[in-house]
Ligand binder design. Structure first.
Ligand SMILES: *Cc1c(COP(=O)(O)O)cnc(C)c1O
Length: 469
């Protein structure tokens, strides 16, 4: 292909665009057959691909091919066999939205610059607030992910209540501690409340700790509940935590980065009941709404707190005045200039309809319940916790961690599925999470079969005092 000027004319846009769409359609439709992980060409590609750009033009087809080869190395997080961490798949319609938003390149940091686009993003956020039972007037922000949303939530909480101590559990995502560190809270202000045998926050222990801390001169200001912990998918007792926060005058933050999407389903709403009392909620559409990585959401009961924590002014912005009924996102979060991230939510929600998301999430709940039942039936496996949502933990019964590590390696060596692990109470557990829009019953059945076959075949490990050497 010939050289392209930086500003493409219509026919060049057509040529590059068609080429891209043809490439994309062929490639994405093959995700189901691609290996769940692939490191065969990694060393070669890592060595080759760091080279700097040349002065002269490149060939578009060759560049796309290089991208494809690079993207296929490592773990196939977009494929149906990805059952590790939090899969989402990545909706292609959201990727198309991203292309459009970037091509339009309108400025949505301040509403006056693109009021109708800001209204689209605002509409999605207002709808989400309503789905979570937050009152009229609640609002929020689309961020790059849960970590950034959590940082802004902590800033808003401190803006409202002042510095003090934060209550979490050992299963709270570390982004809370990280955000606390960024905003300058000393590490000893993060208080780990004991958990129940079911891995959720022990509310009575939390209440006792808050009272004792206050008596000792500390200033409790923030209680963090999790709606779907990262290790085990456990939902904390949100109604009781909300009541405790109200009684003690604390900001109540709910980390629903993983679990939040399930609020669209009846079962999810039942499990997340109590979330409507939150002062702030974080959810990750790049987890439970199947969006591409880089999409988080913060919802707040009182957007004025978020504004007070983030707003700043500069003479260079003096031409811009706040809109009456639209938010200036640049004053609600860390970023001023930002992508028009709202379209990534708006387009898929309006195109597929909310019902499509609800059905897809209901399917994931069913698939996880089935996988739990199937694995529980295997006498070799121990599954101590029934899943609250779609995360399943298991290990070989009466086996050392080392054998369980071996089991994980053997399962992943199938290259049909890819699982991860976690440690609970000092013990190693394999972890299976059903969440991708590309994972359906066939792949979950296959995963169960692979696990059971591998579990039957894991060799006894030589004991350190073994006599075989
Ligand atoms: C993933 C996750 C986060 C962090 O979100 P990022 O989008 O990765 O920044 C926070 N909390 C929970 C419960 C999570 O699962």
């Amino acid at each position: 292909m010939s050289a392209f000027p930086l500003e493409l004319d219509r026919s060049a846009i057509e040529r590059l665009g068609r080429h891209t769409v043809d490439f994309l359609a062929g490639w994405v439709s093959g995700f189901g057959d691609a290996p769940a992980s692939d490191y065969e060409q990694t060393d070669r590609l890592v060595a080759e691909l760091g080279r700097p750009p040349g002065d002269g033009p490149g060939d578009f087809g060759a560049l796309l091919e290089t991208f494809r080869q690079a993207a296929e190395q490592g773990v196939n997080t977009a494929g149906p066999g990805y059952l590790a961490y939090f899969p989402a798949g990545g909706l292609v319609t959201a990727a198309l939205a991203e292309l459009l938003a970037a091509a339009a390149n309108r400025y949505t940091g301040v509403a006056q610059m693109a009021p109708a686009l800001v209204a689209m993003e605002h509409g999605v956020l207002t709808w989400l607030c309503a789905r979570f039972g937050l009152p009229a007037g609640a609002g929020g922000l689309v961020t790059t992910g849960g970590s950034m949303a959590t940082l802004s939530a902590l800033l808003a909480a401190r803006q409202t209540h002042g510095d003090g101590t934060v209550y979490v559990t050992e299963h709270t995502h570390y982004c809370v501690a990280k955000a606390a560190r960024i905003i300058g809270l000393p590490a000893d202000r993060i208080r780990a409340v004991p958990t129940t045998p079911g891995l959720s926050m022990d509310v009575r222990a939390a209440a006792a700790m808050i009272v004792a801390d206050r008596a000792a001169g500390l200033r409790p200001f923030l209680l963090v509940g999790t709606a779907g912990t990262t290790s085990s998918g456990t939902v904390d007792p949100l109604p009781e935590l909300g009541a405790l926060a109200r009684r003690e005058g604390l900001w109540f933050h709910v980390d629903a980065a993983y679990g939040g999407g399930f609020q669209l389903t009846a079962r999810g709403r039942a499990r997340l009941a109590g979330i409507e009392a939150a002062d702030s909620i974080v959810l990750d559409p790049h987890k439970s709404l199947f969006l591409p990585y880089g999409t988080g959401v913060l919802l707040v009961r009182d957007p004025a707190a978020l504004h007070a924590a983030h707003a700043a002014g500069g003479r260079y912005l003096q031409d811009l005045s706040p809109a009456d009924d639209l938010p200036d996102y640049g004053h609600l979060g860390v970023e001023l200039t930002r992508e028009f991230r709202g379209l990534r939510l708006w387009l898929p929600l309006h195109l597929h309809g909310v019902g499509a998301f609800e059905r897809e999430l209901d399917e994931k709940l069913d698939l996880a319940a089935n996988a739990y039942a199937e694995l529980s039936r295997d006498p070799r496996l121990d599954l101590p916790w029934e899943p609250d949502l779609t995360v399943i933990l298991f290990r070989l019964r009466d086996a050392a961690d080392e054998r369980n590590r071996r089991l994980l390696a053997d399962v992943n060596a199938s290259r049909r599925v890819f699982l991860s692990s976690t440690t609970i109470d000092g013990r190693f557990y394999l972890r299976l999470c059903v969440l991708s829009c590309r994972t359906h019953a066939d792949r979950v059945r296959e995963a169960v079969a692979i696990i059971r076959t591998a579990a039957a075949a894991v060799p006894e490990l030589e004991s350190p005092t073994g006599s075989s050497g």
